[in-house]
Design a protein around this ligand. Structure first.
Ligand code: NAD
Length: 480
């Protein structure tokens, strides 16, 4: 079985303590590889190599950074099949989803920031002829990137690419639940000729390796994607050291469907936005609000379409939902279905685990679940479940649905379905949400600021915002 290695100072090496954790295949429930159980000492080693690499990497020309990053993106594309299969085995998602979305988007992230750095300019301000100000933007130094398990390579590259493009060196930690694609990625970085120490990937537990990054005095900025509770912990530790923080956190996204929507389009996309990646995308809509005149019709069609989704082997091209990422996560999601029933909800479809045959019999499969009959403010409708479980409820007016939609502590993404453009703009402007999709979902323009409001995060990444985050501005004021 493969022993995953850390990538430090340009080499693939064992953790210093030589200890490993089991890595499970969610589709079979079986251990299929081992992951370094790294410690603070490995982070220190990674930090030292990043520190040594910084003076030279930060002085490479933008064209050179562009060239190397593009080479890494080329290699991702050339290894699409292997990476997609690895991501599916590690995460439980259908291979076809990883092939179509996760891996191509990982290479787009890298190409996007490779190119963006060529066009990144700083500002100058003329003070009516009295003085002129210009802003220098310098890379910060050694920065930390910590990512979650749901879109493993996609979110990992989303952080690393702007950090490297801006001239920083990086100590990165992928999720211990899905380490494999980051490991394969480290091999591609070596093949692409990324200078040693520029990127260091240390595997292991959040409480050991992640917190060692947060606590490290030399790591000046942290870009984190993960749960809100973990984000709060990172902020608590990092704030007294005045680290720059970008926190992309949880969500409980509303999907608002007005009676005048394009019914078929709203229905088709809602099935996807509810259950893609087993509902484990931070941007999935988990609370579906449907305007009264079409409520019954939409509900019936939505249940019918959901019943047709196939839960099965992630390797099978006809599978729509694969396995949930871990036994613990499955247990958490199932506990919310129980809670929903206690809170008075009716399960319209799903609600049970799926037991497949043969080597998949121990896998973490759950039928996509739709729940009706809950109040907007009950726990099921307020807390992030992060699985293939959605609630559906009717509403009458715009004011009412805005109250429901904005009632949670989160504010990551929202979807609005209507043919009335004035209403679309009005509702979008009143939603507490980092992103509002109108008549679509998951359409991403990498130039736009990405992230949430309220407990969904701070410090928007995306486009030049990410390059701003990973650079330190100095304003120079010259008297004329
Ligand atoms: P998590 O917070 O448990 O873990 C995320 C990462 O943080 C992992 O690498 C983990 O090892 C590390 N970590 C854990 N404890 C740490 C600590 N004390 N210090 C530093 N690092 C630590 O999240 P998860 O379960 O991996 O991911 C699911 C969550 O991520 C969901 O809440 C989801 O909404 C959120 N998410 C948000 C976005 C977004 O863009 N806003 C995108 C994807 C996922």
């Amino acid at each position: 079985m493969i022993h995953i290695k850390n990538y430090i100072n340009g080499e693939l090496i064992e953790p210093l303590n030589q200890e490993y954790l089991d890595n499970y295949n969610p589709a079979t429930g079986k251990v299929y590889s081992y992951i370094p159980d790294s410690t603070e000492e490995d982070i220190e080693k990674a930090y030292q190599s990043a520190r040594e690499a910084f003076p030279s990497w930060s002085k490479t020309t933008r064209e050179e950074r562009f060239r190397i990053l593009n080479k890494i993106a080329d290699l991702i594309e050339q290894n699409l099949k292997e990476l997609a299969e690895a991501e599916s085995t590690d995460n439980g998602k259908p291979v076809k989803l990883a092939r179509k979305v996760d891996i191509p988007r990982a290479s787009s992230n890298i190409r996007f920031f490779a190119t963006a750095i060529l066009h990144y300019a700083s500002e100058s301000h003329d003070m009516n002829g009295v003085a002129i100000n210009y802003t220098l933007r310098k890379p910060i130094g050694v920065v930390g990137c910590v990512s979650p398990w749901n879109l493993p390579l996609y979110l990992f590259t989303w952080k690393i690419a702007p950090a490297l493009a801006a001239g920083n060196t990086v100590v990165a930690k992928p999720s211990e639940i899905t380490p494999m694609t980051a490991y394969l990625f480290s091999k591609l970085c070596i093949e692409a000729g990324l200078p040693k120490g520029v990127l260091n990937i240390v595997h292991g537990l959040g409480a050991k390796v992640g917190s060692a990054i947060t606590k490290h005095k030399g790591i000046k900025a942290i870009s984190f994607t993960g749960g809100t509770a973990t984000g709060a912990e990172i902020a608590k530790v990092a704030a007294p050291m005045f680290k720059k923080l970008s926190l992309e956190l949880g969500g409980k996204n509303p999907n608002i469907i007005f009676a005048d929507c394009n019914f078929e389009e709203a229905l088709r996309t809602t099935v996807m936005s509810s259950f893609a990646n087993q509902g484990q995308i931070c941007l999935c809509g988990s609370r579906i609000f449907v305007q009264r005149p079409i409520y019954e019709k939409f509900k019936t069609a939505f249940v019918e379409k959901t019943n047709k989704l196939k839960v099965g082997d992630p390797k099978d091209a006809t599978t729509n939902l694969g396995a949930l990422v871990s036994k613990e996560h499955l247990k958490k999601v199932v506990s919310y279905i129980r809670l929903a029933k206690e809170e008075g909800g009716t399960i319209l479809t799903g609600g049970e685990q799926v037991h497949l045959e043969g080597e998949l019999s121990e896998g973490n499969y759950l039928r996509p679940t739709i729940i009706e009959g809950l109040t907007f403010d009950c726990r099921t409708n307020q807390e992030e479940i992060f699985g293939p479980v959605v609630t559906i409820m009717p509403f009458e007016t715009e004011e009412e649905v805005l109250l429901y939609a904005n009632s949670t502590k989160y504010g990551l993404a929202a979807t609005v379905w209507t043919q009335d453009v004035t209403r679309a703009n009005r509702v979008a402007s009143k939603l507490d949400s980092g992103i509002v999709w109108v008549n679509c979902w998951l359409v991403r323009d990498l130039r736009t600021p990405f992230g949430g409001v309220k407990s969904s995060g701070v410090g928007r990444e995306g486009g030049f915002n990410a390059l701003n985050f990973f650079t330190e501005p100095t304003n120079v004021c010259i008297k004329l």
